[in-house]
Design a protein around this ligand. Structure first.
Ligand code: HOZ
Length: 431
């Protein structure tokens, strides 16, 4: 494979764009190489500017549940573009999308559309604070909720890759009201709740964590969070930016049976366009301006082009519930391929991660929190990533991101990937 043109674009990019990329994990820093530059994508395939083709398991970090450029979504976007790109005024389509979200996740009694997952979680936290009149929040180490100041504390995703869990530039005062608990550890939550009794506005959690690699909740963990928040008048926020409409049409509440007070969505809900949403209990959402006194606004909120992509994507998912069964089964096949060569695998539906836990290839480890994930061998991961890439398979360039399976990943492509996994890991695992 040759990456000459990508290299040239990367050189040009670095002169003007910090690190040459518009989001840190795209720089491929954790896997010891430079990024390729994408030209186009279709179905399960991504094409770079040098003409290389990759089977894509990043799927734009989650939105691509149907694969790239689904014809119905593209057509819906093209149609709406001809009618105007942005109005900054209400449209009927926004109501239609709100109704579809409510139909999929009935807990979402009211919803506000925004432009990014970061904005959605930041706003949900503000609403929880406004509703309860309390300031502190509890999050979990290794959970990532976007890059708003108060949530960049012990965060996962790109911060984990860079081994800097907290960002510079966040005022200490902001970070001070964010308390950090250990994922899957009830006692750590209990202690924080006791020490800060009556001061905690919300617990915000990825119901299935997917930004320290995929880490599903242990049996009873989400139920415990539901119980303790109810007892103490704390708002439970499920950050479903990744899991929403992916684990099931109804997201994590359908998948786990546990119901939150507020939900945040991104990625799939925008069908590949910049759109996100937050919503939940009517009494809480009634705090949002202009109905209530919690302010949140946006020129491009409910943008008609993004809304059109979101509507069409949700409609396709609703029309064909077999999609979930298919992507689940295919992810399971991949998980088995990783396990067969001795890696630790966490999977929830079509989200999975193969972890290079200590002793990988020899014994089965278990990753249930941030500390466990941090034990993984990043060098071995980087070797695996590069070997997969050379075989035309693109997985996330970090041990701490998920592998996403889409409906475009047909059985034969999954088989091809399993073969690549066996070949790529041969040697790395000492087998
Ligand atoms: N927040 C994404 C990873 N969990 C990265 C998005 C991107 O770089 O495009």
């Amino acid at each position: 494979m040759n990456w000459d043109k990508s290299e040239k674009w990367y050189d040009r990019a670095q002169g003007l764009i910090p690190g040459g990329v518009n989001s840190p994990v795209r720089a491929f820093g954790a896997v010891g190489r430079h990024p390729f530059f994408v030209e186009k994508a279709q179905g399960a395939w991504l094409y770079d500017v040098d003409g290389n083709r990759y089977l894509d398991y990043v799927c734009s970090w989650g939105p691509g549940i149907l694969g790239h450029a689904h014809p119905r979504v593209v057509e819906a976007v093209q149609r709406v573009c001809a009618e105007g790109l942005t109005f900054g005024a209400p449209t009927a389509k926004e109501v239609e999308l709100a109704e579809l979200i409510h139909a999929c996740v009935p807990d979402v009694e009211m919803v506000r559309l925004v432009s990014s997952g970061t904005e959605a979680v930041m706003s949900a936290v503000r609403v929880a604070r406004g509703f309860t009149g309390r300031e502190k929040i509890i999050k979990f180490a290794g959970n990532y909720h976007g890059h708003s100041d108060g949530l960049l504390v012990k965060a996962g995703s790109g911060l984990m890759t860079q081994s800097v869990p907290d960002s510079a530039g966040v005022p200490a005062g902001y970070a001070a009201s964010t308390l950090t608990a250990v994922y899957n550890d009830e006692e750590s939550v209990r202690v924080l709740m006791e020490e800060n009794h009556g001061q905690v506005a919300a617990i915000v959690v990825e119901p299935v964590a997917a930004n320290m690699g995929v880490v599903p909740p242990k049996k009873g963990f989400l139920e415990f969070l539901r119980r303790i928040t109810k007892e103490q008048g704390v708002i439970l926020i499920f950050d479903e930016v990744i899991t929403g409409f992916r684990l099931a049409l109804g997201g994590a509440s359908q998948y786990t049976g546990v119901h939150a007070d507020l939900y945040t969505f991104g990625k799939i809900v925008g069908g590949g366009m910049p759109l996100a949403a937050y919503g939940g209990r009517r009494d809480i959402m009634s705090c949002v301006a202009p109905l209530g006194s919690v302010y949140q606004a946006g020129t491009l909120s409910g943008n008609p082009v993004a809304v059109a992509a979101g509507i069409e994507t949700l409609k396709i998912l609703m029309e064909d519930p077999g999609i979930y069964e298919r992507i689940d089964r295919r992810a399971q096949t991949l998980a088995e391929a990783f396990r067969n060569v001795g890696l630790t695998v966490n999977r929830a539906g079509s989200l999975l991660s193969a972890f290079f836990t200590p002793g990988f290839g020899k014994r089965e480890g278990w990753v249930e929190n941030y500390e466990d994930a941090c034990q993984c061998d990043r060098k071995a991961f980087a070797a695996y990533f590069n070997r997969m890439l050379e075989r035309g398979i693109y997985v996330a360039p970090s041990q701490f991101e998920a592998m996403f399976v889409s409906d475009a990943h047909a059985e034969e492509l999954i088989e091809r990937t399993c073969e690549a996994i066996r070949e790529a890991l041969f040697g790395i695992l000492g087998n």
